[in-house]
Write a protein that binds this ligand. Structure first.
Ligand SMILES: NC(=O)c1ccc[n+]([C@@H]2O[C@H](COP(=O)([O-])OP(=O)(O)OC[C@H]3O[C@@H](n4cnc5c(N)ncnc54)[C@H](O)[C@@H]3O)[C@@H](O)[C@H]2O)c1
Ligand SMILES: [Zn+2]
Length: 358
């Protein structure tokens, strides 16, 4: 039996196994009165869980309007947002109504963005059904759509009234999506909580084990919330959450978001940032090995072949998170402690890239 934490969880988050059917009750608990609910799901998630979510809302007195968008990042577009705005207009949505997102980070970001902008902002709830969404995007209030030349370029900060995280919905996820979510869950331990990390190491690592998944979601929600609460508008302190993302974003971009899932790219990025940490910030070689062993236990390949070091360096410089063309690195001092804002000289960067096969 794994120990679940009691730490800080924001009021808008509900976590549990099988709580999908409690959606109406969880809204009522937060003082959200039934009105019209505009349920936006991605096609495949709606096919799995749309009927249950609709019943849970209707039984609590909500009038449900339901619509789907195609699964995939392409739905995080201004065009998709506009179709949803037009739909809300046709249905005469009012300020007192609720938007409900059903799906992973794509639908959460899209439906949250539509909620942030419709009528200058209406309430929204999200039923997050990927591990990535449960451990990451459901916390922190960031919502956005992409532009053709820039991911997440148009967005807002708009907290949901409820993030419902039913960890049993993760059982239908594809293996790669599950593994990708695990990377962010492990990242939270690496940057802030050695005890949680040790707990993950103790159990035989089973990506689909319901207890392990609940442990990861509860700890991630707590850890990400603790970071975000001190930096709600992403002015600096949140930067530690970008551990592994400097190289990760670069190889995601170079692979045009097709070669690697986000988590797979971040895992490779953490292998590189961990290597630099052993040279600059005192991370032990044994600690780096422990980090990499956990990532490999997710079934993720920690090497990235097929990229030239120079193109990776150039892509890192172009990243919107770099300052004056110099990437700012998040490094580990030890497992469980990270610091941000490091500038790393080119020789060491190239050495780290060589260590991950680039
Ligand atoms: N807002 C934030 O703070 C934040 C943070 C991290 C990532 N994101 C965004 O999240 C997005 C990625 O999210 P994602 O990885 O969840 O991708 P996703 O929403 O595209 O979901 C991945 C795939 O899993 C399927 N799926 C979802 N839930 C399922 C389930 N329970 N069973 C079976 N299939 C299921 C979806 O149909 C999709 O094909 C990116 O656009 C990223 O920018 C946002
Ligand atoms: Zn990430």
């Amino acid at each position: 039996m794994l120990t679940q934490p009691d730490g800080y969880t924001p009021e808008y988050v509900a976590i549990g196994q099988g709580i999908l059917d409690d959606l109406g009750r969880e809204l009522a608990l937060r003082g959200v009165e039934p009105a019209a609910a505009f349920l936006i799901g991605d096609e495949s998630v709606d096919a799995h869980y749309g009927d249950r979510v609709t019943s849970a809302l209707e039984e609590a007195g909500w009038r449900v309007w339901r619509r789907t968008v195609p699964a995939g990042e392409e739905s995080k577009s201004v065009a998709a947002a506009e179709q949803l705005w037009q739909w809300l207009l046709r249905c005469r949505a009012e300020r007192s109504d609720l938007i409900v997102a059903l799906g992973g980070g794509v639908v959460g970001d899209l439906a949250g963005f539509v909620a942030a902008t419709w009528g200058r902002g209406i309430a929204w709830a999200q039923v997050a059904t990927t591990l990535l969404a449960q451990v990451d995007s459901s916390i922190g209030g960031k919502v956005a759509v992409d532009l053709p030349g820039g991911k997440n370029m148009v967005g807002a900060f708009h907290d949901p009234v409820l993030s419902l995280l039913d960890t049993l919905t993760l059982q239908t996820l594809a293996q790669r999506d599950l593994a990708s979510g695990w990377v962010e869950a492990i990242k939270h331990g690496l940057i802030r909580d050695a005890a949680y990390l040790a707990e993950l190491e103790r159990a035989p690592f089973d990506l689909r084990d319901p207890e392990m998944l609940e442990l990861a979601v509860r700890n991630s929600v707590r850890i990400k919330s603790e970071v975000v609460v001190n930096d709600p508008f992403d002015r600096g302190l949140r930067a530690v959450l970008n551990y592994g993302h400097t190289v990760g974003h670069a190889i995601e971009t170079l692979g045009q978001y097709r070669r690697h899932r986000h988590g797979e790219a971040v895992a490779i990025g953490m292998a590189a940032a961990g290597y630099i940490s052993t040279k600059l910030t005192g991370l032990g070689n044994d600690e780096l090995e422990r980090q990499n062993a956990l990532l490999k236990a997710c079934g993720i390949e920690l090497a990235a072949s097929g990229f030239a070091a120079t193109e990776v360096v150039t892509a890192m410089q172009a990243d919107k998170k770099s300052a004056g063309g110099r990437p700012r690195w998040v490094l580990l001092e030890e497992l469980g402690t990270a610091s941000a804002g490091h500038s790393v000289d080119d020789t060491l960067v190239r050495e780290a890239l060589a260590a991950i096969g680039i």
